[in-house]
Design a protein around this ligand. Structure first.
Ligand SMILES: [Zn+2]
Length: 111
């Protein structure tokens, strides 16, 4: 746990401002902002480097670590954001778009 960490490295779960899907907000090592991570882990090799994050004591770091798995920056695949260049990210974005659409439909049913 970082001595300077405000939240002690704990995640905060909440809806993304753009698409409304649940994301995991984590403090970033630079302490200037939070990053919204896509819940779950992803195979590092399949993702472009700019999308890869990892956690150390609950604090998010961009880039590499030694494991085959990484966390993914939600903003790069957010259905409300621009279409990413990389095909693997576009595929993930379109899957999330379906999930977001279903969630919107449920909400507009008033349930
Ligand atoms: Zn989003």
């Amino acid at each position: 746990m970082s001595a300077n960490s405000e939240r002690g490295g704990r995640p905060e779960f909440g809806p993304c401002d753009g698409c409304g899907l649940m994301v995991e907000f984590r403090e970033v090592i630079d302490q200037q902002h939070d990053v919204a991570l896509q819940p779950g882990e992803f195979p590092s090799q399949r993702l472009p480097q700019r999308a890869r994050w990892h956690l150390a004591s609950g604090i998010a770091w961009p880039g590499e670590n030694e494991t085959a798995w990484c966390r993914l920056d939600h903003d790069l695949i957010c259905p409300a954001a621009e279409e990413p260049e990389e095909r693997v990210l576009r595929n993930l974005q379109s899957r999330l778009a379906v999930r977001a659409r279903l969630a919107w439909d449920r909400r507009s049913d008033g349930r």
